[in-house]
Each structure stands twice: as C-alpha cells, then as structure tokens.
Design a protein around this ligand. Structure first.
Ligand code: ASP
Ligand code: MG
Length: 474
C-alpha cells in the first residue's frame, strides 16, 4: 500500500487560499492512488504569537495576553468561515474554535494571576496552534471531497517529560500508529493531525521543539513504514545557495540524508535536522516540495548520495555569530583545560558551533547572545579572553569532498580576496566550514558559487530552470 506522509508547514496553511491549495494537493495524491496521512503546523506565526501571549500573561499583563488571544480567535474563525461555506458544517467548527479559545483564555488568566510560566504551561499554551489548525484543515478537506478524519497527535506521539524539547518514544508511537492511524487508512480515510505537539505517558501535553512538525512527519512515516515523507513548504526545495544572495542558485534535485542534515544544522531553514533520523533509520526518502508550486519536483533526500561531478551540493551560511578567543599560556600542555572551558559554556547553556585549538589557545564560535559578557567573565578566570561579534560561518556541503585532492585549495582560491578567521574540515567528512566577517558573507557565497557551480551536473541540479530563466522574454 502506497502510504505517504504529507507534512504541511505554517505557510502552507496560513490562510484560506493556502489551505485550499493544500487540499487540492492532497486530493491529487488520493486521485493517484496514494494513501496520505497528513500532518499540519499551526497557521503561520501563530506559535510565536501564542508564546508572546504566554509571556505577557506571565509578566502580569492579562489584558495584553487576552488581546493577542482574541486576535488569534478572529483569525481562526475568519479562516474557518471562508473555507467552510455550508452553515451545517461551519457552525460546529466555529463552536469548537470558540471552545478552544475559551479554555486558552482561562489558562492565560490563571497565568496572569500566578505569574510563573513553566515549560509545561508553555507547551500547553502553544499546543493550541496545531490543535486548532488541524481541525480547520479537516473541515476544509471535507469540503473538497477528501474523506478526512481528525486525530489528536497527543494520543500518538508519546514522549518523555522534557517539556519544550520532548524526546519521542519510538516503540510506543509505532504501537499507537498501528492502533489509531492504520485502521483509518485501511478504511480509505485521510487522517489529519497537528505536528509538533505530543504528550507524555500520563497524557500531559509536551512539544517536540520549535519547527517540530517535520519531526512529527518523520516519526509517523517511520512508525508506519511510509513509502515517502513529503515536507510541503514555500520554497522549491534545497538550493545550491540562498537565491536572494546569488540569483544563479540552482535547485538541488537529490541530496543525501547526511548532507541535508549538515545544511539544516547550518541554518538552511528547509527542514528540521531531526526529521532526518526516523527516516534514515528506515531508509524512507524525504521530499521537500513547494505548496505554492506543486508541479515542481522539489528535492529528494535519500540515504545514498547521488554521484555528482562537482564536489559540493550546497553552500549554507550562518550569520550573527561571535568568535571567542581563549589564550592561556600557563595552561600549556595541561590536561583538563578544554573540559574547564566547556564546563563554562555548559553552565551558561550556550551551544558551541565550531572549535579550533592550538597548544595554548582555543577559538570557539557561538550564536551571538546576551550571555557572552558573563561567559567571558567566567572564562577570564582561566585565561585571557577576547570576543567579537558580526561573524558568519560558511558551510560547504558535499559527499564528494571525501578524498578528493585540491578541494581546499580551490575553495580558498575562490575567496582569496576575503579574510578567513577560522577553518574546520574533517569533523564531518562532507562539510568544509570557515568563519569570516558577516559583511563579507554575501560576496563569499557569490564567489564560491561561481567557482563551483559553473558547470552544474544535470543529474543533480535543476539546470533546466536556469536555462529557461536565461531565455530572453519574447
Ligand atoms: N508551529 C511550530 C513552530 O512554529 C511547529 C512547526 O511549525 O513545525 O515551531
Ligand atoms: Mg516549520
């Protein structure tokens, strides 16, 4: 049976037009004989607004929190009414939306009184985004003749109790999917559930972390041995670089799981890195597709990288980084030095991106953040510390850099006019990264793109689109 998991992100359900496009895409898959299981995000920006409502309430601003909630209520009601014209179908949907917002308001009032926002309450509040969006999507699908059935994701995605970043329990999820999703699919129904939200074994609401709907999609796909997992978003897939920076950017037709994970980690916002894991384990291909341009083939993420005649598949950039230099002559050759340094980063819960060491000095890069002065103060007890912001990390990804000679020379030759602060290669065999000034980042990307993608392999990159764009308009 050709079961496909179709995950639609916030922009694919942002308004009535987007939800109608999504319905048409799902109806198309059903017509092709596929059996879709649909996972949806909250309407775009809703999660952010729910978090703002929560923090306003926690700061004692009851009116402000309720005002956010009331704007969200109006947006969801309007969306529902625009999609479901038949009053017999829209009345129960509107009642349901109102009930959900009534209980959200109750929580916000309680929070404004108590003024303590725990991770558990935060998860409960943000869960409303997906709980409501999934209901609206089901109703809209039904008006499009899709036999949709709503499922509460919290009954299927069972996690531990680490609120805001809960860890899924694969074996329970597999069992629940078999019990609750499979029978619906077997009856010819199209199950629809919210992404991102989950519950622990006691049934208390948790979430999988921001952007976690992709993760839900992959978990369901993995649990049900889907034929493919489709991640529907608002771009044509993974590109060779940011098209806003370099207009020659090409769509990557196929990329390996490992390469995609490296890119995701380095800020290519196409998909959540953890998406990769449940799919990799079961060898299920993940397709990144554009709900605004559904006929485009998107990017296929597969377990084995397709052979490519150029070494790199894509160039990613991560900006707003800081570099911290720690120099400790007196620590020369002593053991435990790195441990002490990392303990300080750990204490400040500050993740480190890249590390480079010599005998006496260590350079580290982190996201620029307001804890840096405190981190530097702690580090200065061990060594001399300097830190500097406005740095960017350029990350070049490709399976074919393994074992090829002269790649580093080509990379640094292409950007010989740019000052490189830190280099890392070898930590991952498929990624070469280096740190430069943020102001040089766009220029570096353009130079690297020109050097490595001037003769793109048509098996791997969409050169057709580029040819079409190059044709003079008639
Ligand atoms: N709505 C959640 C978020 O914005 C999850 C998702 O969209 O994937 O983080
Ligand atoms: Mg998302």
């Amino acid at each position: 049976m050709s079961l496909v998991v179709m995950k639609f992100g916030g922009t694919s359900v942002e308004d009535p037009a987007a939800i109608s496009r999504t319905a048409a895409i799902v109806a198309g898959r059903v017509a092709m004989g596929k059996r879709p299981v649909v996972v949806v995000s909250a309407l775009s920006k809703v999660t952010d607004q729910l978090l703002r409502a929560a923090s306003s309430a926690a700061a004692g601003d009851r009116t402000g929190a309720l005002a956010i909630s009331s704007r969200l209520r109006a947006r969801h009601r309007d969306t529902a009414c625009a999609l479901v014209k038949d009053p017999k179908a829209s009345a129960p949907l509107i009642t349901l939306i109102d009930q959900k917002f009534d209980s959200l308001d109750e929580i916000l009032r309680g929070l404004a009184a108590i003024q303590e926002l725990t991770p558990r309450i935060s998860d409960l509040i943000v869960s409303y985004g997906e709980r409501i969006s999934s209901r609206i999507v089901v109703a809209a699908f039904c008006t499009h003749g899709i036999p949709a059935a709503h499922l509460d994701a919290r009954e299927i995605i069972v996690t531990d109790s680490q609120f805001q970043r809960a860890v899924p329990q694969d074996s329970i999820i597999e069992k629940r999917a078999a019990e609750k999703i499979r029978p619906l699919v077997d009856q010819g129904k199209v199950p629809v559930m919210g992404g991102f939200i989950a519950a622990n074994e006691e049934g208390i609401t948790t979430t999988l972390g921001r952007g976690g709907s992709d993760f839900t999609g992959a978990l369901i796909g993995g649990a049900m041995n889907a034929e493919a997992i489709e991640i529907w978003t608002d771009v044509d897939g993974i590109m060779t670089c940011d098209p806003r920076v370099c207009p020659d950017a090409l769509r990557v037709k196929a990329i390996s799981f490992e390469e995609a994970a490296e890119l995701a980690y380095f800020g290519a916002k196409v998909l959540h890195p953890a998406t990769i894991l449940p799919a990799v384990k079961k060898n299920i291909p993940v397709l990144v597709l554009n709900s605004r341009n559904p006929s485009n083939e998107g990017t296929r993420i597969v377990s084995l990288a397709p052979h490519c005649r150029s070494p790199f598949k894509s160039i990613a950039v991560k900006k707003k980084l800081s570099i911290i230099d720690v120099v400790a002559s007196r620590m020369l050759m002593s053991h435990g030095y790195l441990k002490e340094i990392f303990t300080i980063f750990d204490k400040h819960k500050c993740p480190v991106d890249m590390v480079s060491t010599s005998e006496v000095s260590v350079s580290l890069t982190v996201d620029s953040n307001d804890r840096l002065p405190a981190i530097a103060a702690d580090l200065s007890r061990l060594a001399d510390v300097k830190y500097e912001g406005k740095k960017a990390l350029i990350c070049m990804v490709g399976e074919d850099i393994r074992g090829q000679n002269g790649i580093a020379a080509q990379v640094f030759n292409a950007i010989r006019h740019i000052n490189v602060r830190m280099i890392s290669q070898g930590a991952s065999e498929i990624n070469m990264s280096f740190m430069i000034e943020e102001d040089d980042a766009d220029e570096a990307v353009r130079s690297l793109h020109a050097a490595f993608f001037k003769d793109p392999d048509p098996e791997v990159f969409d050169v057709e689109a580029q040819k079409l764009a190059a044709q003079p308009a008639r």
